[in-house]
Design a protein around this ligand. Sequence first.
Ligand code: 0A1
Ligand code: ZN
Length: 877
Amino acid sequence: MKTDTPVTIRRGDYAPPAYLVDEVALEFRLDPAATLVRARLALRRNPAAAPDAPLRLDGEGLQLVEARLDGAVLPPDRCRIGEDGALTLLDPPAAGVLETLVRIAPESNTALSGLYTSGGNYYTQCEAEGFRRITFFPDRPDVMSRYEVTITADRTLCPVLLSNGNPAGSGLGDGNTHWARWVDPHPKPSYLFALVAGDLVNVADRFTTRSGREVALNIWVRRGDEDRCGHAMDSLKRSMAWDEQVFGLEYDLDVFNIAAVSDFNMGAMENKGLNVFNTKYVLASPESATDGDWQGIETVVAHEYFHNWTGNRVTCRDWFQLSLKEGLTVFRDQEFSADMGSRAVKRIRDVRGLRAAQFPEDAGPMAHPVRPDSYIEIDNFYTPTVYQKGAEVVRLIHTRIGPAAFRRGMDLYIARNDNQAVTIEDFVAAMQEASGIDLSAFMGWYDQAGTPELAAEDRYDPEARRYTLTLRQSTPPTPGQPAKRPLPIPVAMGLLGPDGAALPTRLAGENAAQSGTRTLLLEAAEQSFTFEDVPAPPVPSLLRSFSAPVRLQGVPREQLRFLAVHDSDPFVRWESGQQYAASVMLEMVAAAQRGEAPGFDPALAEAVANTLAAAEADPAFAAEALSLPGEGFLADQMAVADPVAIHRVRQGLRAEIGRRCGPALRAAYGSLAETGPYRIDGRSIGRRALRNACLGYLVAAGDAALAKAQFDAATNMTDSLAALSLLADAATPAREEALAAFHARWRGDALVLDKWFSIQAMADRPDAIEAMRQLYAHPDFDLRNPNRARALIGAFAAGNPAHFHAESGEGYRFLADAVIALDPINGSIAARLIGPLGQWRRQAPSRGALMRRELQRVLDTPNLSKGTFEKASKALL
Ligand code: 0A1
Ligand code: ZN
């Protein structure tokens, strides 16, 4: 929607809906330019609402053909369509059947919200507020209805007609049409409605639930993609079994359909019984998908399936409660993936992701609590804070009450709230009752923005054999929240003796001996914990498994080195290595800024050598340990970021390590060479990751030929892409040759072509901006396709800091130009892409001014979407 004065929606203003809709009957007559939608709503006044509240149905861009109340045509003076597109019924009855007929044009829907076409087929996306672009309806999640959907379309163009629930009849219609009816027995909010129709083929399978329900499983794709659905189907069946085993949750319909579409705003959508997926999270073959893609498919398939209970059966009262379903469902998919592979490596990756995306958000202009207080455009709040930090908060509760109480809490949450639209309080209350532990202070994690900072100080008394650990917390201010209160922080920890062995951890006042990992609960701004019978001065190992989403600061370097080698917790081992490297690298950046040659810390080369020597035991972990902290992670720790200096230092360090550890890296690279067919088990993935990490160092040290050789010989996408991304930085003819060969081979595969764009968008080359402009003008570039737009524009702005932040300001200008061009096509994606410009406060004043100028230019654009308006205006505050 375009508007000049966007309205701010506030959480405190919640009021129950005036009318409820118990039953909905929808009839679609599909046509790309003029689809007819007839909706029959059985309405009644909500006893919980004010008795004189008006009957107002949301609508956006709908052409009303006719409206009837209980069969009688409504004259225009009784139903009015406002400026905002909503329909108000004057003098409404207490109950009745309202029938509307509207016309919409799916082929001109470029926002991909509501009903749209992609490649001649029809798809819907209704979360959060897309249903109002299909028909007039109280489009809010606390109105739950039972749906019956009848779809009529041309038999030849649309042989497949799908909607939510179970099939309930089909037949031939007039002309060359046919119809199909779907009935969903479970009441649901409008955002879970879905329709998919077109010329699609299915890959079919079955699942028998533990109570014996036979479920037909289908993945619907375009002809030719059938042979790339195996992994998604396998992931679905494993997810269904896992949710039964771990949470006792069974599927509740006779069919589960997944449809894949190449034009999609997000990853996927959990519509009841008919999930719609971005093709990126369905299609995979060894030649065309990387190991990361395979893992992404497993995660997203599981995530959407798990929503069936956490989101669909129990849904959100309003959009401020979004994390009720998203944080909980991300927590569930993280646990699922941890159970499918290596728990430690999964945790490391999740924390890496949290720090790369959520920590900066929490420190920037769009910082908001996991449960926001206000929004202009709800699409802007599908954020790392709501999803990833929300999952961390669920994990905090899990850690605090333990797995058994958490499971009882889930049972209670579902039993008590089934078929209802509820709030985060309802979730926390169930966990509290099931555990008998007061969780009221944990609500602070939902309502307070910003990343808490945690610091430790300790003292050892050898005579008394007593060790005192003092923990302190504080949270920096965020927009609208200047003062912060302390939060409950579970600190999983242990103590290590001088030889690295675990020391006892009995607290003063406790009788029973304690050893291994225990969890301290820091509740105040400062708290001391006294440990008795500690035989030697210990090294504390804090925040094991990353037990809370905080920044642990000030751990001395000697302790980091010690923990990186000796701690029993793999997360802390990895973390300590990363923090050590980060602290060295930040010193190098400071030296570079002073114009000095950054020195080299031989401990880093030693760590690489040690990691390689021990890699055989767990190659995936070794690969994580071998990767230097990312540029964003380093920038995040500087008072004023210097993206160009960071990049140069990191590249220089990679080259130096590559030279010093050359023989060991080369030996590892050789010994990890794959023999036999491509496999996607954890060990094989880990070996490829490790081998490509070695390749990265060797190429940084000058051996571009090795990358070219790997590229030419690669039989899987992981190895091919790892080599190509290294070559993309190299000013050699091999670069152009490899890029051209890759394009020639994959030009017909949209998902792989996205990778070709991304790799170049992230390349470090002197003419980077010119290269970006050429790629933007490339015949294969298409701004309308969200995957392609993200692959080029998003990858550049978020993944190429050294050139995005070029001193000239051309990187910023490129991004602003793209956002201005995209906004009228798809405001939701434009608003997402503008994000990096909002980080101007973190940059030096000269860069900050250039960034602000571009934000202002975007803001001055006429008819800006309200999402882009919200992002740009908040960034400039
Ligand atoms: N609920 C989905 C995410 C989603 C949100 C909005 C969308 O369209 C604007 C699409 C998907 C999930 O968590 O997977
Ligand atoms: Zn979700």
